[in-house]
Each structure stands twice: as structure tokens, then as C-alpha cells.
Ligand binder design. Structure first.
Ligand SMILES: Cc1cc2nc3c(=O)[nH]c(=O)nc-3n(C[C@H](O)[C@H](O)[C@H](O)COP(=O)(O)O)c2cc1C
Length: 167
């Protein structure tokens, strides 16, 4: 089965459900290495007049090493399916395992950007800004409990260049 291009507005599912409830995979590639990791924090919306995905990635993630080197990334949505596989991709590191080989998920490419064959929706995104979370900005002091290791997320602002849905 292939993918057909659509507009992000054609995805009429709440972004909260897509990301927070159903989870997503963020896939990135650099220097011949490709890796994917599960995210459930983040958002979809608009910034600077463009359609965007907002991703929050902690410093210790292997994916972040690749994201920091690469201009392109993909965000894959599964509509609540593949939770077992997504849990695996969120519990193991690509430093130690080949997540595709271990889960049976398959890597494919759309517009030369690696993404996931089994996804219902693949967003092809271009990283256009990054910003590290500064705890000085926390107005609610209870947020700090999310960072027992002071491992504040880096925010990736990724412009949605193309949206593909499974045919
Ligand atoms: C459901 C779920 C959601 C997650 N969401 C995020 C997230 O939004 N940001 C983040 O930095 N880590 C998140 N993680 C943790 C990473 O997916 C996990 O540390 C992963 O093993 C990193 O893989 P890597 O080292 O190959 O990059 C999540 C894990 C799970 C299971």
C-alpha cells in the first residue's frame, strides 16, 4: 500500500488524540544512520504563518543526535494501532537496538525523508527552529517534577512540508 499526498487540514482528528493519546514516531536520519522514537508530548498548529509540528525531545535521546544534524524529519501517526511497537520504540534506544528489525515496523521514504510504512499519516517536516526549555520560565512550580535530572526538553519547530495518508 502506498501513500497519497493531502493537506494537513484533511486530517480531521484532534491533534491531542493524534499525539497524546495515540502516540507518534519521530524518525530522523543522518550520516547513514536512521532512528525512530515514540513521542506523546507535542503539538500541531501554526507558527510564523506556517503549518507546524512541535516536538519536545530530551537531551539523552539518540534520536536527538540525529535530529540536531538533520534538516528533515518525519512524524508518523498510527491512529491508536501499533501501541506495542510504539511502546518498544519508546523504551529502547537506537544506540542499542535496530527498532525496525525488532518491531517489524518498516522504514520507507517519502520525498527522500525516512518515515514509517505502517503509519496512517506521515508528515514530512523541515526543522526550522530549535529552542531549549529554560526552567526560569516555569510559572507553575510543579512542572519541575517532570525533570528530576534537569533534562529539559529541546523544542523542535518543524514546518509541515507535506502530509501523506495511507491509500
Ligand atoms: C508513550 C511514550 C511517549 C514518549 N514521549 C516522549 C517525548 O515526547 N519526548 C521525549 O523526549 N521522549 C519521549 N518518550 C521517551 C522516548 O521515546 C524513549 O526514551 C526512547 O527510548 C528514545 O529512543 P532513542 O534513544 O532511540 O532516541 C516517550 C516514550 C513513550 C513510551
Amino acid at each position: 500500500m502506498g501513500f497519497k499526498q493531502t493537506d494537513i487540514r484533511g486530517i480531521d482528528v484532534s491533534a491531542v488524540k493524534l499525539i497524546n493519546d495515540d502516540w507518534a514516531l519521530v524518525t530522523s536520519s543522518f550520516g547513514g544512520k536512521t532512528n525512530t522514537m515514540t513521542v506523546s508530548w507535542g503539538g500541531l498548529g501554526e507558527l510564523w504563518g506556517r503549518d507546524m509540528a512541535f516536538l519536545f525531545i530530551r537531551p539523552q535521546r539518540y534520536t536527538r543526535e540525529l535530529l540536531d544534524e538533520s534538516e528533515w524529519l518525519s512524524v508518523s501517526f498510527f491512529g491508536g494501532d501499533y501501541k506495542k511497537e510504539l511502546m518498544f520504540c519508546g523504551r529502547t534506544s537506537g544506540r542499542d537496538v535496530d527498532k525496525f528489525a525488532e518491531t517489524g515496523l518498516s522504514l520507507t521514504e517519502l520525498d527522500g525523508v525516512p518515515c514509517v510504512e505502517q503509519a496512517q499519516v506521515n508528515l514530512i517536516c523541515k526543522k526550522i527552529a530549535v529552542q531549549d526549555i529554560d526552567p526560569k520560565g516555569f510559572l507553575d512550580e510543579t512542572i519541575q517534577k517532570e525533570y528530576p535530572a534537569d533534562d529539559y526538553h529541546r523544542v523542535y519547530v518543524a514546518q509541515i512540508i507535506k502530509t501523506y495518508v495511507k491509500e
